[in-house]
Design a protein around this ligand. Structure first.
Ligand SMILES: [Fe+2]
Ligand SMILES: [Fe+2]
Length: 459
């Protein structure tokens, strides 16, 4: 990540290859999982080679490709629970859950202990550990939530039942010791077995190299993993050229071109709207306190644009930007995002990084790059006191200004567990007081003229 002031990325188009969109957006899922950027696309490359070696046909390979890129689409839905349960950063706990062998109870217990109650006293950590250890169904619930949400997102994006099933059963183990259903052997969909194997190989390859991968493959052959797939994976380990491809810094571009679906699938305008909506759900699912924020910002941005006479194309752009403006929050720990109390300096810095993550993610998604800058500028203020770049009025175009007004209005009117949302009149008074100094006066007036006339919930 960097903090230079962004210039506009280019490359907007309304018909794009599914692989281009999913490969680039999978980086947002990597951030949520606390994985290094590229984890999903590298897992995809590995999984596709395993699928080919297993003799899958073109249709099944297409299903596998989409499942590999969306495997972590449900990842944000258990982040808040993980953070509160472990009293720790979800970005610390989540990667451990991919690495620790759950079949080894002692190791799981120790790993749980190590990540319980970050920064807390010994007594508090013991209490956390005991709470976690007592909840036998905890892991099952956490994983079931994640798997169901991920499969549901794949369904709503129009992907096949095979793709959905692979995501749903991603964490099942060959010996029946996995989650959420404890499926055994061949009862686990083959694509799910490949997903689990591919993601585990990627994690160990990145942290412990080929020797570490081989040790895990041998150690979990027949327990976590399908023995015949393990044998194929061990063959793959002996192909140095393949691992050079996996290590290529431009692996995302390579994976974007690999969609083997017959007829090369593309997203049209409606498909891109569905993608933006799906990621808005992923973003909003991360925090129980902001469950419809992205949708609300998109809605207010569109009505402001309508009222200001902007054309349909600009309204579409604003809606997608509104849905995705906080995608960078996926990179911020739930422990900090959901903290009930004042933030210290380090926590505030972490929160204020989220627009930088938004910029980094969206500018690499060709079809969304034309609003990446504006989406990332929603906390900038006309007098230069905003963040993260401290831009001023001269740098903030109308799209950025509309998003800032929509974001502020949604945030202060939405109810949180610790405070009720402001009434329309109270919120409009706050916006009015911030006109010219922080917020664009014309955008504020446009919003005021609508919300004082219509019930905002009906907009
Ligand atoms: Fe934000
Ligand atoms: Fe926001």
């Amino acid at each position: 990540m960097h903090s230079t002031i962004p210039t506009q990325a280019s490359g907007a188009t309304d018909t794009v290859a599914v692989g281009d969109v999913l490969a680039a957006l999978s980086h947002a899922l990597d951030l949520t999982e606390g994985q290094p950027l590229g984890h999903s696309v590298r897992s995809c490359l590995i999984g596709m080679r395993l699928g080919e070696a297993a003799g899958l046909g073109a249709d099944a390979l297409g299903d596998l490709y989409h499942a590999l890129l969306l495997k972590d689409a449900g990842c944000s839905s258990n982040a808040a629970r993980l953070a509160s349960l472990f009293g720790s950063d979800d970005h610390v706990v989540k990667p451990r859950m991919k690495v620790v062998d759950w079949d080894d109870r002692m190791r799981l217990a120790l790993a749980t202990w190590r990540h319980s109650g970050l920064g807390k006293s010994l007594g508090a950590r013991v209490r956390h550990f005991v709470t976690i250890a007592r909840q036998e169904s905890m892991t099952r619930d956490l994983i079931a939530t994640r798997c169901e949400r991920g499969a549901d997102i794949a369904r709503r994006l129009g992907f096949s039942e095979a793709t959905q099933g692979a995501i749903r059963s991603l964490d099942e183990h060959w010996n029946g010791g996995g989650f959420p259903d404890g499926l055994h052997g061949d009862a686990i969909p083959l694509l799910a077995r490949i997903l689990n194997l591919a993601q585990t190989i990627e994690v160990f390859w990145g942290t412990e190299g080929p020797a570490g991968v081989d040790a895990v493959l041998q150690g979990r052959r027949g327990t976590w993993f399908d023995p015949s797939l393990v044998d194929l994976a061990r063959d793959l380990l002996r192909d140095p050229w393949f691992w050079e491809q996996v290590a290529d810094p431009d692996v995302t571009s390579l994976v974007a071109t690999l969609d083997p679906s017959p007829g090369a699938r593309t997203f049209g305008a409606a498909g891109l709207d569905a993608v933006a909506e799906a990621f808005a759900e992923i973003i909003d699912a991360k925090s129980p306190f902001t469950s419809r924020h992205s949708w609300g910002v998109a809605r207010y941005a569109v009505v402001i644009a309508e009222q200001m006479g902007l054309d349909a194309k600009e309204q579409t752009r604003l809606r997608r930007a509104g849905l995705l403006h906080d995608i960078g929050k996926l990179g911020v720990s739930s422990r900090i995002l959901d903290k009930n109390g004042p933030l210290d300096a380090a926590e505030r810095t972490a929160i204020e990084q989220h627009p930088l993550f938004t910029w980094e993610i969206l500018r690499h998604v060709a079809c969304f790059a034309d609003f990446a800058r504006q989406a990332a500028q929603h906390h900038e203020r006309l007098d230069g006191t905003g963040y993260p770049w401290g831009l001023g009025a001269d740098d903030l175009d109308l799209t950025s200004r509309i998003l800032a007004v929509a974001d502020t209005y949604e945030a202060i009117t939405a109810s949180r567990p610790y405070r009720a949302g402001m009434s329309v009149d109270e919120a409009l008074a706050v916006l009015d007081a911030r006109k010219w100094r922080h917020l664009d006066p014309h955008a504020v007036d446009a919003l005021a003229s609508i919300v004082s006339r219509d019930d905002p919930r009906d907009l």
